[in-house]
Design a protein around this ligand. Sequence first.
Ligand SMILES: Cc1cc2nc3c(=O)[nH]c(=O)nc-3n(C[C@H](O)[C@H](O)[C@H](O)COP(=O)(O)OP(=O)(O)OC[C@H]3O[C@@H](n4cnc5c(N)ncnc54)[C@H](O)[C@@H]3O)c2cc1C
Length: 440
Amino acid sequence: MIGHFLGNTISDICGWVALAGDYTSHPTFNGTQTTDWVIIGGGFTGLAAARRIAELEPNARVILIDGKRVGQGATGRNSGFVVANESPGHAAFSSASGWADYAALNALDHAGVAALKQLVETHEINCQWEDTGSIHAATSPKNFNKLRHHAQAFTDMGINATLLDQAALHKRLGTTHYKLGVLSTGGALVQPAALAKGLSDSLPAQVEIYENSPVLKLKQDGDAAILTLKGGTLRANKVIVGVNAFMPRLGIRTDRVFPLALTASLTRPLTKAEEDEIGHAASWGVLSPQSLGATMRLTKDRRILIRNTAEYRPSGIEAARLAHNQSIHYQGLKKRFPWLAADAIEYTWSGNICVSANSKPVFSKLSDTMFAAGCYNASGAARGTIMGRLIADLTMNAPSELLDTANSLSEPSWIPPRPFFDMAAKTRMALERAKGKSER
Ligand SMILES: Cc1cc2nc3c(=O)[nH]c(=O)nc-3n(C[C@H](O)[C@H](O)[C@H](O)COP(=O)(O)OP(=O)(O)OC[C@H]3O[C@@H](n4cnc5c(N)ncnc54)[C@H](O)[C@@H]3O)c2cc1C
């Protein structure tokens, strides 16, 4: 896919993936086979589920299948925030059940961060992991109360939260753009593709991996499941589906979840003069309290990342749209770093997240044979890792307090069928974009 912005050629190459080095390649699936377990999807969810199944059943045949390359979907294409403290939305403050769900998700996210960190340390995964905590920050006074509510919510949950004024933010980030922020404990920053590569390479040898092998159809057959793949058929005793935004394409939760396309850009490393402009700030990440505000990072390898678009485009982001989004990224960069030239952007790419109307994840037993986990908005690094592990526990009836927590979450709420949903989603997104404009 190629587009143009300011004379630059833009192809949909994910910077993280390009910079992560060589990947181990795996065969495509062929023929007719039987197995104990199949995990569909090699992202955070599938990788964690496969690892856990292998741990619990060391003698079982465990197959992990990806339609493209393992760890190169949204898992390798995200902004690299291992989110511990997601923005508490309106629901968290408006009802006791909204608050209980928020607290439950927060507990799961903290467990997900800890699980990932342990894997990074145990397997010495070289992914620029940094325990930075989380910063939510805004420039527009109309979002300041939201930030104060964030600080209060975090404090109420026993999480350390400090308000940062403009001077403190300037010193920390090297830009005067942000006027108020909240620094809370928990959460890390990573090079996500390097993390995913390390997670995949460190799976137990028992896990057989097949790539470029999309599952086209999934159906129940007595006590087993039959998977129709491009290259053959697979009969499995148990299936875990971890395909996130692609669940509806396999006929799963079609009336509950939908995809959103996010686009991100990464600059080349900053020059010496640019480093002087930001006062040689240490690496950082900033999340917006507005759902369609920008996520920004200064990476450990001294690049700037921006992600400030989210679109309902179920048919994908074509080249011209990618170029358009890069121009929006550049506007966002200029607001924060006026001295940055447009050709500083080295990579622009898009990826899909999975969303539900009430921001609740899928964590479901679909039948005695099939299970699914996914739909974490833009917070799937930690959440996907813990939900992937817990969905494996659910299949095995391996009890834990965290599994109870995951089971306690409300279901994603109902959404109308297409094309009615398409109209509603486009209107809602336009509204959210307008609300988030000052923070883009
Ligand atoms: C630009 C962007 C920025 C983001 N920023 C952040 C962030 O900073 N922090 C954060 O926590 N989250 C972020 N997210 C969200 C996060 O990436 C996702 O929530 C997370 O990747 C979900 O993990 P997953 O394993 O459930 O799904 P995915 O990562 O989407 O993996 C699903 C896998 O399933 C495979 N697949 C799909 N269909 C089939 C099929 N039919 N057969 C076989 N395989 C199939 C895909 O190829 C893919 O590899 C971002 C996402 C994007 C796109």
